[in-house]
Design a protein around this ligand. Structure first.
Ligand SMILES: O=C(O)[C@H](O)[C@@H](O)[C@H](O)[C@H](O)COP(=O)(O)O
Length: 241
């Protein structure tokens, strides 16, 4: 079966590194260049990052780089529906690993809100995102072994809405099995409203999941396919085994 051109190009152009810390360092350098340029050219810059374990070396490499952080707005691609001080909170992870050293000066609007009702939560999430300069300067997306991106999971009831290019909502509420928290995820359309997008993955299992996603060409089964098979913005894959 012919591989769809944008997805195949993303894989063929993937930047491959021998170790995760080298991938993280290279991505940190590229992000610092992008957001420094954006801050200087437009007065403000925005960077969206995921939670999870993979981006921790990226945050540790990025936080000390010489960037005009006071002009940078950092946001999350997704969040667990827990308070920011909770151990499962992505906001807590970002505060511990990214918003320190020089990057402590960055702005960080929280996605989490204790609003009641799904639509109220989505509206609050949209309000937080509204504080970030759009289009975003850089978005870093994480991926699970099951091909989920952000918190858009295969089989989730909100997945179709989350992947629909026509969705007005900036984010959707989803539910993951592990850890069993409600999640707030930016929609694909929101993630793609960026000048530059990177997918950061470590481990052969994730690379295999990427190749399987492109072979199957089914975004409902593997949401990462929808991220790769689009012509709005190129996806820069950073991979280490
Ligand atoms: O809230 C989260 O947990 C993340 O945003 C999540 O979507 C992550 O990007 C993938 O699950 C990969 O997680 P790892 O980097 O830990 O493999």
């Amino acid at each position: 079966m012919k591989r769809p051109e944008p997805a195949a190009r993303a894989l063929d152009n993937a930047q491959r590194f021998t170790r995760a810390d080298r991938a993280a360092s290279a991505l940190a350098t590229r992000i610092s260049e992008i957001i420094t340029y954006g801050a200087r050219a437009r007065g403000r810059a925005s960077l969206l990052v995921p939670g999870g374990r993979t981006p921790i070396p990226l945050f540790d490499a990025l936080c000390g780089l010489d960037v005009p952080w006071q002009q940078v707005y950092v946001g999350l691609t997704d969040e667990r529906r827990v308070p920011p001080e909770d151990r499962q909170s992505n906001a807590r992870l970002i505060r511990e690993h990214l918003l320190r050293d020089r990057a402590a000066a960055a702005h960080f609007p929280l996605l989490y809100h204790d609003a009641v009702g799904d639509r109220a939560v989505e509206a609050a999430c949209g309000a937080a995102l509204g504080l970030l300069p759009r289009p975003f300067d850089a978005v870093v997306v994480g991926m699970g072994d099951d091909g989920h991106i952000a918190s858009l999971f295969p089989g989730d009831a909100a997945l179709a809405r989350g992947l629909d290019p026509a969705t007005e909502a900036p984010c959707v509420l989803t539910r993951a099995a592990d850890p069993p928290y409600e999640r707030l995820s930016l929609t694909l359309a929101t993630l793609l409203s960026s000048r530059w997008v990177a997918l950061l993955i470590n481990g052969s299992a994730k690379w295999a999941a990427l190749e399987t996603a492109i072979e199957r060409q089914d975004a409902q089964a593997s949401p990462v396919y929808a991220l790769l098979n689009q012509r709005q913005v190129a996806v820069n894959v950073f991979y280490a085994p």
